[in-house]
Design a protein around this ligand. Structure first.
Ligand code: F6R
Length: 357
């Protein structure tokens, strides 16, 4: 039920702070310590490399998850687009663990990899919003996203839930391995939930940005570096799938190797600047496109902001910035679609779960 909301997508965007808090609760024991299924812990400890397999938005969450697992748990990770995996199957490590990320748990491209890997005898973990789903039943272990049903075709709350659960998986594994973290992950997730709540209350500011900058544009670029780049891929996907604006996410440093040729007077360029270590370099990339006439919109984080930024996000832990930056990206797409009279919840040519290969 969408209640008083005009669209499921807007409702689901707004639910994200609550989903975060539910995830924190579900993955905590009575003493507020992080709780990760022991079988999952054992599988994580036993593997020498993780292969994340997913499609679309879930693939984008996987890119963020790789950072968590490598930086916090010290396990090498590869992230693969499910539909491409069988053609370019990498040389597998001795003890691989396959992690399938899928909101629906029904994506055929992911399932076909799962079936093959099970035949080869490799262990598999599914991270899904639907525990009884095919990918959940056919894997050895499941982690639940606890996001509640996602009805809008464009995935929003499942994406941030995937990122949060991947963070919990990384932290739980780090703990099991006796690795020390220099921050309290549950507290940082709670801070991120609060930031998401602040952000969902800033709809008018985002709608105004859309009105001023994305009203009639036919294309748009999203640029970022490091983790911001992965959120740019997701921001671009959201915008194209529901508003039909041709949008692409690029790594800030890669623009000059070709893509910058597309920048003309007025081309909207959305830049994410939420990471201290890349703040300087992404801003110089923005200068490069502005010099060619681009219409820039910088989304920065408190503490890193400059006067000309379009929007400043509340501060969250540097590993968790996607949880915050995803929200204005989703809202940009939502309002762009709304202002173009697009069918927000049911974009053309798309289905909620893609059960064909
Ligand atoms: C985009 C979107 C799709 C899905 C993809 C995978 O908003 O929803 O890109 O993320 O089809 O679906 P799941 O996660 O169900 O495997």
């Amino acid at each position: 039920e969408k209640g008083t909301y005009p669209h499921f997508m807007l409702k689901e965007i707004d639910e994200q702070p609550f989903v975060m808090r539910r995830i924190i609760q579900e993955y905590q024991d009575e003493r507020d310590n992080l709780k990760l299924d022991e079988d999952v812990q054992r599988a994580m400890m036993a593997c020498d490399r993780i292969y994340i397999i997913a499609a679309g938005t879930s693939y984008h969450a996987g890119l963020v998850g790789k950072q968590f697992l490598e930086k916090m748990a010290g396990i090498p990770v590869e992230v693969h687009v499910a539909s491409e995996f069988s053609y370019n199957m990498p040389l597998l490590s001795e003890k691989p663990l396959f992690v399938f990320i899928s909101q629906s748990g029904e994506t055929a491209d992911s399932r076909s990899v799962l079936v093959k890997m099970k035949e080869m005898g490799h262990p598999a973990l599914t991270i899904t919003n639907v525990p009884g789903s095919t990918l959940s039943r056919e894997a050895d272990f499941t982690l639940h996203l606890h996001a509640g049903p996602e009805i809008a075709v464009a995935s929003t709350k499942a994406y941030t839930a995937q990122i949060a659960v991947l963070a919990i998986l990384a932290v739980g594994t780090a703990r099991a391995k006796g690795l020390e973290l220099d921050f309290d992950p549950m507290q940082e997730l709670a801070i991120a939930a609060n930031a998401m709540e602040v952000l969902t209350d800033q709809k008018e500011a985002i709608e105004a940005l859309v009105r001023e900058n994305l009203g009639t544009t036919r294309n748009a670029f999203f640029i970022g570096r490091s983790t911001d780049y992965f959120v740019c891929l997701e921001g671009a996907l959201k915008l194209k799938e529901i508003s039909y604006v041709q949008a692409e996410g690029f790594a800030g440093g890669e623009l000059k190797h070709g893509t910058i040729a597309l920048i003309e007077k007025g081309t909207p360029v959305i830049a994410l600047a939420t990471q201290e270590n890349v703040n300087y370099s992404i801003r110089s990339n923005v200068q490069e496109v502005v010099a060619r006439g681009a219409n820039d919109m910088i989304f920065s984080m408190k503490g890193l902001e400059q006067d000309t930024d379009a929007f400043v996000l509340p501060r969250v832990h540097e590993l968790l910035t996607p949880l915050a930056s995803a929200v204005p990206m989703q809202l940009l797409a939502y309002y762009a679609a709304l202002h173009r009279d697009c069918d927000v919840d049911k974009p053309r040519n798309l289905a909620k779960s893609v059960t064909v290969e």
